[in-house]
Design a protein around this ligand. Structure first.
Ligand code: GLA
Ligand code: ZN
Length: 663
């Protein structure tokens, strides 16, 4: 595979043909080595059912090639053209309210519709045949941000029938389905799979077991939709890679499973998205976590396929990135394991929904501040990228992240402010602030490579997963379990054979006999002699005699009872957290547990300065990122020397330094 590191998302079809060469020259001068193109240009490639026109794209690829620039091709299946919709309106998706969603945006498609699938097979086959051996095409991106815009879609007849088939394969008989879904409740028994609906809004309430299977089905549908394309591409394009642009923690499709179809995971990173809170210090840890989850999906270096390159905006806009900030964000991606950065987009578009989603070039097309800044970044970083390529962060801490747990909490959040990913991010934030780097780990993953494993909200539980946790701790691991663990089986039915957290109570040394959902209030907790705050939930527990109490409740009718505990088991320790610790309590708790587990920070923490390492067999690289507009100092850890930057230990606004140490 070609080792390319910097690119731009390019839409030549939005501009006059005469401009293309100017773009190519400006890209070359800036150090851009690749573009992604065509992921929304179905109509341009197939203007009518029986007319394919690849000439404009051939010309664009060839012209860019003259300037040494390679192409990644998107398949344009996120934007089915009007002629196709007119002929087959049943391709349009139907939402849970039963409304047909119309043409005029994107992703106006039902991914199970057989006619739509056939049209895709035809187009993707033509494209793959045409470009599969073009030496200037290095890779493919099927569709675009799969799962985006499809959150509540689709409940059409085709999707209902596919869901029924999926259920029949899984359960074989309606008796098994009825048992798994607990349909005895409210007379929901099915006599025939054909009676099972795709879940439209109901008069009242929903069956949580049915909803969990529906979400699993929707995820599988996207994987299947993608597989159809990747199989065609691989048939004709033997030397080109396949990637897809993920969206961090987006949860419509199980990204671990999708990743099995791909050579590389890519991601779209918009730190200044207009839809985010605009106070960066509140979400620096979220940006870091987003990059860590993306690396973790395939546990290998990833690409950024869309990296913010200006003000974001659709109807409203985000703030202008300050000088240096775009570079700092791009380098943050590299620090967390990105091997390539593709900036979105080359030039700000004059038309359509994204007129205010600013690119490297402004509307006028004249290079300005952003072009100069990113040109300098590429110019100085490119010589280093080869050395960084393939190196990985090697965290001592893992946080377990699983899509089915996420789905189960979407269905029943318990508390208006509880959500699965948000809860994981609270743990993540405490590690982040202490400069302790983290991997996310799938439940099927290898736990043993981590000294400390945090597994919040392990709500759906299987005997296999229980065994993994027992083995991990038995062999010396430090495990954090929390409230709402072991509550349900994999059908989303409550387990009733013993007290919570079920069999894991032997590992945690606690049994939860009762609990309190902290509506519109919080609870006080006594920890290391201090009264601190906790939220959302209180587990009320009976302990085994050998279980140690780390914190107790200090308010409510259960004041004095244990809240956070520690239990030795085998050669390791299991901590049980019966609440959601507030920020201060979380930090104090995590730092105590890290001390006990022998987990070390990368360097001494400085507020708003992020530290991250990547390493290979020989070298460890340390990235230090100043996320603030103020100068900052940090202590250079022993033995490291400066590889990139001005003066080691002194950071200007948004400055990033890279240091290295031989191992
Ligand atoms: C996403 C999409 C792009 C574009 C940008 C900006 O990341 O993949 O096509 O829409 O957002 O909105
Ligand atoms: Zn459908």
């Amino acid at each position: 595979m070609k080792r390319l590191h910097f690119g731009a998302d390019y839409y030549p079809e939005h501009w006059e043909r005469g401009r293309w060469e100017v773009d190519a020259r400006l890209m070359q001068q800036m150090g851009i080595q690749m573009v992604r193109m065509a992921e929304f240009s179905w109509h341009k490639l197939q203007p009518q059912e029986d007319v394919f026109d690849f000439q404009w794209l051939d010309e664009a690829i060839a012209l860019l090639a003259d300037y040494g620039i390679y192409t990644i091709l998107g398949t344009p299946t996120a934007a089915p053209p009007a002629w196709l919709i007119q002929k087959h309106p049943e391709i349009l998706p139907i939402d849970r309210e039963g409304r047909v969603r119309g043409f005029g945006g994107r992703h106006h498609d039902c991914q199970s519709n057989p006619i739509y699938r056939e049209a895709i097979r035809r187009l993707v086959t033509e494209m793959a045949k045409h470009y599969g051996e073009n030496p200037w095409v290095i890779g493919w991106q099927p569709d675009n941000e799969l799962g985006n815009s499809h959150q509540e879609l689709c409940t059409c007849d085709s999707c209902r029938q596919h869901f029924q088939k999926w259920l029949e394969k899984k359960y074989q008989s309606t008796e098994a389905l009825n048992a798994a879904w607990g349909t005895a409740f409210w007379s929901q028994e099915y006599n025939d799979f054909a009676q099972v609906p795709a879940p439209r809004i109901t008069v009242t309430g929903e069956n949580p077991s049915a909803m969990l299977d529906w979400k699993r089905f929707c995820s599988d549908l996207i994987v299947d939709f993608t597989r159809e394309q990747t199989e065609i591409i691989r048939r004709y394009a033997k030397n080109q890679f396949i990637t897809h642009n993920y969206m961090g923690f987006a949860n419509k499709v199980d990204y671990y499973k999708l990743g099995e179809l791909l050579d590389i995971v890519s991601h779209d990173q918009y730190p200044g998205g207009f839809y985010l809170s605009q106070t960066p210090h509140e979400y620096n840890h979220v940006l870091a976590a987003t990059l860590d989850i993306v690396r973790s999906y395939k546990n290998q270096p990833f690409w950024i396929m869309e990296q913010q390159s200006g003000i974001t905006g659709w109807e409203i806009m985000g703030r202008a990135p300050a000088p240096g900030q775009l570079s700092a964000w791009a380098l943050q991606g590299i620090a967390h394991g990105a091997d390539a950065i593709v900036f979105f987009r080359w030039r700000t578009c004059t038309m359509g929904t994204e007129q205010y989603w600013h690119g490297i070039l402004p509307h006028s097309g004249n290079p300005g501040r952003r072009y100069q800044e990113l040109k300098e970044l590429i110019g100085t970083m490119e010589p280093l990228m080869g050395r960084l390529q393939g190196s990985m962060p090697k965290p001592q801490v893992g946080i377990v992240f699983d899509f089915e747990q996420e789905y189960a909490f979407q269905i029943q959040p318990h508390h208006q402010d509880l959500n699965y990913t948000g809860q994981l991010l609270k743990y993540y934030q405490a590690f982040y602030k202490q400069n302790i780097s983290v991997d996310f780990v799938p439940q099927q993953g290898d736990f043993n490579q981590y000294q400390l494993l945090a597994a919040p909200l392990q709500y759906l539980m299987s005997p296999e997963l229980e065994d993994k946790y027992f083995n991990y701790v038995r062999q010396g691991g430090h495990l954090i379990l929390t409230m709402r663990t072991g509550v349900k089986d994999l059908h989303n039915l409550c387990m009733a054979d013993r007290e919570l957290p079920g069999k894991l109570s032997e590992l945690a040394g606690v049994e939860v006999l009762d609990y309190d959902c902290l509506r519109e209030t919080h609870v006080e907790v006594l920890f290391e002699g201090q009264k601190l705050q906790a939220n959302i939930w209180s587990d009320l527990m009976r302990l085994r005699p050998e279980t140690k109490i780390l914190a107790s409740y200090a308010s409510e009718f259960y004041a004095g009872e244990p809240c956070i505990t520690e239990h030795s088991f085998g050669s390791g320790n299991c901590y049980y957290v019966g609440t959601e610790p507030g920020e201060e309590l979380m930090e104090a708790l995590i730092s105590q547990i890290c001390r006990k587990a022998g987990v070390e920070p990368i360097c001494v923490p400085v507020p708003e300065v992020e530290c991250m390492t990547r390493e290979n067999d020989k070298t460890r690289f340390l990235f230090v990122i100043n996320h603030s507009s103020e100068a900052k100092s940090y202590t250079v850890p022993q033995g490291y020397h400066l590889l990139w930057g001005e003066q080691a230990g002194k950071l200007g606004a948004y400055e990033v330094q890279i240091l290295e140490i031989e191992k």
